[in-house]
Design a protein around this ligand. Structure first.
Ligand SMILES: Cc1cc2nc3c(=O)[nH]c(=O)nc-3n(C[C@H](O)[C@H](O)[C@H](O)COP(=O)(O)O)c2cc1C
Length: 365
């Protein structure tokens, strides 16, 4: 089933394999995509759908060193090369819009960038890497004013429009892994007492307003979202109302007509279990759209099990795609997978990025 075609809200995918979004920090210091990024994504265009690494929609949203942005003309131009390479190889590609919010450091932001979040809750007990001064404590973020919330939503819209201008087939809103949207969803990072905090409806409001504004601008068939219920990455804590909150969120996203919800499960990376029930709750509540499942998939059989049970429509592969650019070919032909080298996940340059060989090349070497 993994190698059957799929129509994602009328976007035709050649198979049900998705390349999961992965930050690789190969943009330049000004957050502009570089040419090796076009090569990297072209090499992986055997996937039915590529979701790019997290891309900053705003100078306030590029909290890590050398992650790409999509808020100025130079960045948009850089992305055009990426989409051209992928489309020439018959692939489809969505851009993940990731606003880092409090998971950030001023040294990593452009001069006019601010570390913003729903509330002044610092990410404690962890540090942020900076190219200039190594590991640094996370700063306490500035509380977003209502005007800043409104202007941030506009930044998502501008970024989504730029992504379409650069040739992307759509965008994925990063509502997972403790970044800005999840900072609003989660009561341990959202202490607001206005209409953006305090109740399920209020904590969901920012995510839904972003989703609505983006779908109005570029079309619901071009918009998906990634969510990580029970995720603990970047200081997020599970809470009592979690199931009810995600059920309501998924229902509202269904009403907005989004193409998909992409569910994160990082238990294969040592994170706590994500119960099957929450995945089923989201699947049932998001009745008109597709579900992408992700985390820990390494074989066709394992993927088929979750496709055939109806839990998911598409399966995302992350780390295996780093070290196996021709992953669909390898899985289809039962060829052993190469392991990725974590030391080069975020280092600049082609090493550990565009130099993983294809199986066919290895065979003839
Ligand atoms: C190097 C690296 C960078 C990642 N960056 C992102 C990211 O930018 N956005 C995101 O949503 N998830 C990110 N993730 C999480 C992956 O999308 C995926 O959920 C995770 O790797 C688990 O899937 P896997 O077991 O197939 O690798 C990243 C993971 C890795 C290993």
């Amino acid at each position: 089933m993994l190698f059957t075609e799929f129509s994602l809200n009328n976007l035709s995918l050649k198979n049900r394999m998705v390349m999961a979004p992965m930050t690789r920090s190969r943009a330049n210091q000004e957050h502009v995509p570089t040419d090796i990024m076009a090569t990297y994504y072209r090499q992986r265009s055997g996937a039915g759908l590529i979701i790019t690494e997290g891309v900053g929609p705003s100078p306030n949203g590029v909290g890590y060193p050398r992650i790409p942005g999509v808020y100025n003309d130079e960045q948009t131009k850089g992305w055009k090369k990426v989409t051209e390479e992928v489309h020439e190889n018959d692939g489809k590609i969505f851009m993940q819009l990731m606003h880092t919010g409090r998971v950030s450091h001023p040294l990593n932001l452009p001069e006019n960038g601010k570390v913003l979040a729903p509330s002044a809750v610092q990410l404690e007990d962890e540090q942020m890497y900076t190219d200039q001064e190594g590991l640094q404590d996370y700063p306490t973020p500035q509380v977003m004013s209502l005007n800043q919330i409104e202007s941030t939503i506009k930044e998502y819209v501008n970024a989504a429009e730029r992504a379409i201008e650069a040739g992307f087939d759509g965008v994925e809103l990063h509502g997972a892994n403790g970044y800005l949207i999840e900072q609003f969803l989660s009561p341990n990072t959202n202490l607001r007492e206005d209409e953006y905090g305090g109740s399920i409806e209020n904590r969901n409001r920012f995510a839904l307003e972003v989703a609505k504004a983006v779908t109005n601008a570029i079309g619901e068939n071009k918009t998906g979202i990634r969510l990580s219920p029970y995720g603990v990455f970047n200081g997020i804590k599970p809470h009592q109302e979690l199931e009810a909150q995600y059920e309501q969120l998924a229902k509202s996203l269904n009403e907005l007509g989004l193409s998909y919800i992409h569910i994160v499960d990082h238990s294969a990376m040592g994170a706590p279990e994500v119960p099957l029930e929450i995945k089923q709750i989201i699947r049932d509540a998001f009745s008109d759209g597709a579900i992408i499942l992700s985390g820990g998939y390494t074989s066709e059989e394992q993927a088929n099990e979750d496709l055939e049970s109806g839990l998911g429509d598409l399966i995302a592969f992350g780390r295996p795609f780093i070290s196996n650019p021709d992953l669909p070919y390898r899985l289809k032909n039962d060829i052993e997978l190469a392991d990725p080298n974590p030391d080069t996940f975020y280092t600049p340059g082609p090493e550990g990025y565009t130099d993983y060989p294809e199986a066919e090349v290895l065979e003839h070497a």
